[in-house]
Design a binder for this molecule. Structure first.
Ligand SMILES: C[S@@+](CC[C@H](N)C(=O)[O-])C[C@H]1O[C@@H](n2cnc3c(N)ncnc32)[C@H](O)[C@@H]1O
Ligand SMILES: [Zn+2]
Length: 389
């Protein structure tokens, strides 16, 4: 029995967003919302090169595309079979191609296969369904040497950490993948897991499998079946009381020596947070936590404790954005009354295009130089790499 949902059914494709200009993406935020993509300027179609290096999801709603994919020569992973197990009893599931569903011989449960997504949830999640529909489309021309260095700039160094710690060809489960990262599908056998069926459907044609699953209710994969579990901006959405269970489940599905690589927002004493909290704690809670669904927002130390308590071995636990904050933060803070809001609206100039690239590069350089000597509690986000013993 195999999961190859994308081969079995028709699926939708997401809109392409962003175009190339001199190796820099011109992002079209409108396309994210409407799904429409205005015709790109002529010079933007010149070649496939470094495009968008921005974060994704709430950190950056807009994305990029490498338009000419023929120029990309990163290794494609061959499809292989991968068993799925029933979340209720861990019995192996069997695919019923005619009924387009997976069935459990033990408890009789059926899990439909729709638009390339295996649906393990009874219904759609009211908060997350269709909320994050952004695919990061940037690809290096070759998956080695200087061609891969731009990965260092992406998402606070998270993609670089994945590239460093997880060898090509590995089976990688992307937790809370939203609409995914195209690079992962070229380097790895990428499995996407998310609450949202619409988000998953957008990567169903490039990921090896897409599973609509609530992470807090178990992962429908067999023991020791994956080489790595990774995730960007999902960990802060998992409530502290659920984290030990999720980590135990990850330890079960990871093979010994497998890696967990996470990028997530953290609570702390970032100067911006300190000032906002002092000025209006209720508004702070509303804008930065409640509205975003950050029910698992904890500081770096509490998260490290959770990883270690689960028996994982942290290889690196690094705070980022201690000085400059990611431009998407300005979008959140702009609602703040008075001078704070005005300053944030000014900061939104760095959200797109070449200004974003410059700002992002400056942030990364600061993170990896001065930032290393600043208190860990100033970090706005963390990149953590753990190993399963
Ligand atoms: C902020 S988005 C990040 C999406 C993507 N990783 C990115 O960086 O753009 C958080 C994602 O986590 C998913 N998510 C939140 N809680 C989840 C849970 N309990 N199980 C599975 N996915 C979850 C949401 O559906 C959403 O797509
Ligand atoms: Zn079952």
């Amino acid at each position: 029995m195999e999961i190859w949902p994308s081969a079995a059914v028709e699926h939708r494709r997401g809109p392409e967003r962003g175009e190339l200009e001199e190796g820099i993406v011109l992002v079209d935020p409108v396309a994210d919302v409407s799904g429409q993509r205005p015709r790109p300027p002529k010079r933007a179609r010149r070649r496939n090169s470094i495009t968008d290096l921005r974060g994704s999801g709430e950190e950056a709603r807009a994305s990029s595309c490498a338009r000419d994919r023929s120029a990309v020569s990163v290794r494609s992973v061959q499809p292989q079979s991968l068993p799925l197990v029933c979340p209720a009893d861990r019995a192996e599931l069997a695919l019923d191609a005619e009924a387009a569903s997976y069935g459990c011989g033990t408890c009789g449960a059926r899990y439909p296969l729709e638009a390339g997504v295996v649906r393990f949830l009874g219904g759609d999640d009211a908060f997350y369904e269709g909320r994050y529909l952004n695919t990061i489309r940037w690809l290096p021309r070759r998956d080695r040497g200087p061609w891969t260095w731009p990965l260092w700039l992406m998402m606070s160094g998270y993609v670089w950490a994945v590239h460093r710690h997880v060898p090509a060809g590995s089976t990688v489960l992307e937790l809370g993948c939203g609409s995914g990262i195209r690079y992962l599908s070229h380097r790895y056998r990428a499995l996407g897991l998310d609450l949202s069926a619409a988000s998953l459907a957008r990567v169903a044609d490039i990921y090896a499998a897409c599973l609509q699953v609530d992470l807090t209710r178990g992962i429908p994969l067999p023991d020791a079946s994956i080489d790595a579990a990774i995730g960007s901006y999902v960990w802060e959405h998992i409530q502290p009381r659920d984290k030990p269970g999720v980590l135990a489940e990850l330890c079960r599905v990871l093979r010994p020596g497998g890696k967990l690589v996470l990028l997530y927002d953290v609570d702390g004493d970032h100067p911006l947070y300190r000032r906002m909290r002092a000025a209006d704690p209720a508004l702070f809670q509303e804008i930065l936590i409640d509205r975003e669904g950050h029910s698992g927002w904890q500081d770096a130390a509490a998260n490290r404790f959770a990883f270690e308590a689960a028996g994982l071995r942290p290889l690196s636990h690094r705070g980022k954005e201690k000085l400059l904050i990611g431009p998407a933060m300005y979008a959140k803070v702009q609602e703040w009354p008075g001078s704070f809001g005005r300053w944030a609206r000014l900061g939104r100039r760095f959200e797109f295009g070449w200004r974003f690239q410059l700002y992002n590069a400056a942030t990364r350089v600061l993170d990896e130089s001065v930032g290393r000597f600043l208190p860990e509690r100033w970090a706005r986000v963390m990149v953590t790499v753990c190993e399963r013993p």
